[in-house]
Design a protein around this ligand. Structure first.
Ligand code: SF4
Ligand code: SF4
Length: 110
């Protein structure tokens, strides 16, 4: 299965996505639902307030992604317990613009 991952741009300076990519490769944590996947894109939301997230998710969908994973730095506030304040609007916009059968997962790892 091909997937895309969107992460918080604010955490790019401190994390290159190692745990997300390892879980995707090994089918662990949030990827336990999909098993091991092929990551077609690993990209940030584009920065606050996250309006580029939809365009980026649509691009990954065009490249074959059957699911979009929102990384835990966005949805669970890792590593500082700081959840994205724009998360609700980002998720609503993704759901309203992606294909109906493209899944949206709201975490990657704990
Ligand atoms: S969810 Fe974790 S591993 Fe993935 S990009 Fe965010 S901080 Fe890094
Ligand atoms: S919009 Fe949310 S996910 Fe994107 S950089 Fe800002 S806080 Fe992070």
């Amino acid at each position: 299965m091909k997937v895309g991952i969107i992460r918080c741009q604010q955490t790019e300076d401190i994390c290159p996505g190692t745990a997300c990519l390892a879980c995707a490769r090994e089918g662990k944590q949030a990827f336990g639902k999909t098993r091991a996947v092929e990551v077609v894109g690993f990209i940030s939301c584009g920065g606050c307030p996250g309006k580029k997230a939809v365009a980026r998710a649509l691009d990954m969908e065009r490249r074959g992604a059957k699911a979009i994973f929102l990384a835990s730095c966005m949805t669970r506030g890792l590593p500082w317990d700081y959840v994205c304040p724009h998360l609700g609007r980002i998720k609503k916009s993704l759901r309203g613009n992606l294909k109906a059968d493209t899944k949206v997962f709201d975490w990657t790892h704990s």
